[in-house]
Design a binder for this molecule. Structure first.
Ligand code: THU
Length: 137
């Protein structure tokens, strides 16, 4: 599948962010192996530390549908500056759950909020030597 529709879905998802504290709106779009796209946006809380990132919200939706193993790519988009948004460490770990359950690496597209700057990474490069389900066997 082309990258642009996934980036567009992430950018559109950012409009659903609940981010009154940071005003930093992030959208995530997950591509499943059947072509479906599942989106999420950051969901903040007055108790700041409870806030959820866009990637985690999107992946929780996928997990609730029993589709963790079907995740192949994710696009993340946010902010108002020129730099692409890259998943935080916690989200990299959350994504690793899908990668290990699925038995394959995940492509991570990182985009600026306006979509003008895009980076392509592999999750294994963003989170090398990851701890995951395979370590609990
Ligand atoms: N955020 C995300 O949703 N994803 C990221 O990859 C980086 C940060 C959110 C968390 C918080 O709501 C806001 O951006 C500012 O950190």
């Amino acid at each position: 599948m082309a990258v642009q529709p996934l980036i567009d879905a992430a950018r559109h998802a950012a409009s659903g962010a609940y981010a009154p504290y940071s005003n930093f709106r992030v959208g995530a779009a997950i591509l499943l192996n059947d072509g479906r796209i599942v989106t999420g946006a950051n969901f903040e809380n007055a108790s700041y530390g409870l806030s959820l990132c866009a990637e985690t919200v999107a992946l929780a939706k996928v997990a609730n549908d029993g589709l963790l193993a079907a995740v192949v790519e994710i696009a993340v988009s946010g902010g108002t500056g020129p730099d692409p948004v890259r998943p935080c460490g916690r989200c990299r770990q959350v994504l690793n759950e899908a990668a290990q359950i699925g038995g394959h690496d995940i492509v991570v597209h990182c985009s600026s909020g306006d979509g003008s700057t895009i980076e392509r990474h592999m999750l294994s490069a963003l989170l090398p030597h990851a701890f995951g389900p395979k370590d609990l066997i």
